[in-house]
Write a protein that binds this ligand. Structure first.
Ligand code: FEO
Ligand code: CA
Ligand code: CA
Ligand code: CA
Length: 652
């Protein structure tokens, strides 16, 4: 099963040195433009941005949200797909200092009841932004004010639930006694898209927004639902116990009523999903069958007519897992819709995403691996029926999904170094995934130290606890992170072969397993994008979200490019990609101080690379992203559009 040789493509830019300034740096021969920074008005209901603009719920609802993360383009015009599309953009969380800068910061940030309108504004700064963008005649990109496609989804927007969990007792609340609807999507981190033209947005660190002080269940502990006070104290805006405002009380999941439809004990169980949005109509739904956890993102696998449609997802927490969803329905190329098609995209989504099987990855030390099914009838490592081992009724698929991580423990999944983004080579079907770092990885042979007080969690497995090194996670106290890769014999296969594509490190590290140099040293890979080019070749773009001092001392977070070479490994020999294979791993861009670089795609004709700058410290000061801020500005997460001065294709 030799794959085609893929190293003929050459990166035709000079790698750049590290940078630590209040500016975006990019390789020579390229420009970088700031587009749709936080607070950009989407329509006339919001005023133009200004440094001293005081935000209200109304203004934020009609402006670009905060903390840009995953994103994807949806063409409006097939003939000009490269330069005119709806940009779907995640707004992961907020910088309260920047949001409330004119007022001197948020009110009652850490103690006491927060004002309702401040909380509403913060709720409206989260979620997803849809905005029509296009390349203007002058070569610069612009957004279309008042476009019918401009929309916001926030932590208050209603979403239907679908798939096995929808309508079950697990998700019945005071707001939705039928368990079919919830309010809000939260902490939308990375993303995906479907071949039928919808956006996938993924709920990651949502557990921190919910409080549950009593009546906690095993999934509350496992996923990290808060006690006391939520991340921004949104639940405190509900008023006192006698006059609970339902709009905010739902963030407090502590049982107060006689049953689940009298309170919000189940509200957290309506989060943790892959959310599908039709960017053309605004319709949306949470697809529960793809598992419930801290979803980083969701990446469609290779499409083959007559074979299942698959999606890869990862749970970004220490020693959590990688998952694959395999549809029951097989791929019908007629479902690959053109821009402007009037077909019901969410009906197609239901066909491929509501019925299928969720699997979790087990990596073997010899470079093989298998996908373990998370179904009630699956047999656990210790020979029990999975539903029984989880304490569920015999055929309770919804219960298995609600307890995805515990189910994965019981099946013997391999604990990973924080799975972040995936990327799929659409020709070979090979999947790449970043494992960003893990300080809870110990040397082999060291007994895992359980730190979670929940004894049931300890009994079930290692999630959130320490785990010893294993094949794809070979370094204890891993600060560099790595990119792994796997290949499957067919789209719906339950086996795979894996290798480690590259290990992050400082060039000076003893543990510099991939032989990185000053010009390509990096750590904590996070964003990832396989940029498919002609003849089955491609560029793998790697973005970082790093806190490893040995690298942060040298550079801010960055964008690197590499043309993946085939790495053949002898059976039983796990090869870490070495220096010779990394000759083309090059630093392409570096973000401003304080930021992480995330969100990435190239436009259809490959003349523009879009990335996002999240949580910058003191940037941007102008639309030219490369201008160093002089003095101090109110920082704004932004999309950056990188183009070649000569108008050519990015990277080559
Ligand atoms: Fe929101 Fe795992 O990054
Ligand atoms: Ca991330
Ligand atoms: Ca990260
Ligand atoms: Ca982030």
């Amino acid at each position: 099963d030799d794959a085609p040789v893929k190293n003929a493509l050459t990166l035709a830019f000079e790698a750049i040195a590290g940078s630590k300034t209040d500016a975006f740096a990019v390789a020579a021969g390229y420009t970088a433009q700031v587009l749709i920074p936080w607070g950009t008005p989407l329509n006339n209901a919001a005023p133009a941005w200004r440094e001293d603009l005081g935000f209200t719920p109304e203004i934020q609802l009609n402006s670009v949200g905060m903390h840009h993360d995953g994103m994807a383009p949806f063409p409006l015009d097939e003939a000009n797909a490269a330069n005119h599309f709806i940009l779907a953009l995640n707004n992961e969380y907020i910088d309260q200092g920047a949001l409330w800068a004119p007022q001197g910061g948020p009110t009652n940030k850490n103690e006491g009841a927060r004002p309702a309108d401040e909380v509403r504004t913060e709720i409206n700064a989260h979620g997803v932004t849809l905005v029509e963008v296009r390349k203007a005649a002058n070569g610069q990109w612009e957004h279309v004010l008042n476009s019918q496609y401009n929309r916001r989804y926030t932590s208050a927007t209603e979403f239907a639930l679908s798939g096995p969990v929808a309508g079950t007792d697990y998700v019945k609340t005071k707001f939705s006694p039928t368990g079919l609807v919830t309010r809000g999507t939260n902490n939308n981190c990375a993303n995906g898209y479907t071949p039928w033209g919808t956006y996938l947005t993924c709920e990651e660190n949502w557990p921190g927004y919910f409080v549950k002080d009593s009546g906690r269940e095993i999934d509350d502990d496992r996923l990290g639902i808060e006690t006391g006070r939520g991340r921004y104290g949104w639940e405190t805006a509900a008023g006192d116990a006698s006059e609970q405002n339902d709009e905010f009380a739902r963030f407090n999941a502590t049982p107060t009523g006689a049953n689940a439809t009298e309170d919000y004990r189940n509200e957290p169980r309506t989060f943790g999903y892959i959310v599908e949005i039709d960017p053309y109509t605004g319709d949306r739904v949470k697809r529960t069958h793809l598992g419930r956890f801290r979803h980083e993102g969701c990446w469609p696998g290779k499409l083959v007519a007559g074979e299942p449609v698959v999606f890869y997802t990862g749970h970004d927490s220490r020693n959590e897992y990688i998952y694959k969803f395999v549809s029951d329905a097989v791929w019908d190329p007629a479902d690959q819709l053109a821009a402007g098609s009037a077909a019901d995209r969410l009906a197609i989504g239901a066909k491929y995403m509501d019925k299928g099987t969720l699997y979790v990855a087990q990596f073997n030390a010899d470079g093989s691996g298998q996908w373990l099914p998370l179904t009630p009838e699956s047999t656990t490592q210790d020979g029990r029926r999975l539903s029984t081992a989880l304490g569920l009724a015999n055929n309770d698929l919804a219960g298995v999904i609600i307890h995805t991580c515990d189910a994965a423990d019981l099946m013997g999944a391999t604990p990973m170094d924080r799975p972040e983004w995936g990327a799929v080579d659409p020709v070979s079907g090979e999947v790449y995934m970043t494992l960003t770092n893990n300080y809870k990885r110990t040397e082999a042979g060291t007994a895992p130290t359980f730190t979670n007080d929940g004894s049931a969690v300890e009994d079930l497995g290692v999630g959130y606890n320490y785990a010893p090194v294993n094949g794809p996670n070979p370094r204890a106290d891993n600060e560099g992170g790595q990119v792994i890769r796997w290949r499957e014999p067919s789209v719906g296969a339950t086996t795979f072969e894996w290798d480690i594509f590259v290990c992050g490190a400082a060039a000076s590290d003893a543990n510099n397993l991939s032989g990185l140099t000053e010009l390509n040293q990096f750590a904590s890979p996070d964003g990832l994008f396989f940029d498919a080019r002609e003849d089955g070749q491609g560029i793998l773009w790697i973005e970082t979200d790093n806190g490893y001092d040995a690298v942060t001392d040298y550079t801010n977070d960055q964008v690197l490019a590499v043309v993946p070479a085939n790495v053949k490994k002898a059976d039983g020999d796990i090869t870490v990609v070495g220096a010779a294979d990394q000759a083309q791993l090059k630093r392409f861009a570096v973000g401003p101080n304080g930021c992480e670089v995330t969100g990435i795609f190239t436009n259809a004709d490959k003349t523009a690379l879009f990335v996002n700058i999240q949580h910058p410290g003191n940037w941007p000061s102008t639309t030219d992203a490369t201008v160093v801020t002089s003095g101090t500005v109110r920082p704004r997460a932004s999309t950056v559009v990188i183009q070649k001065v000569d108008g050519g294709k990015i990277g080559v």
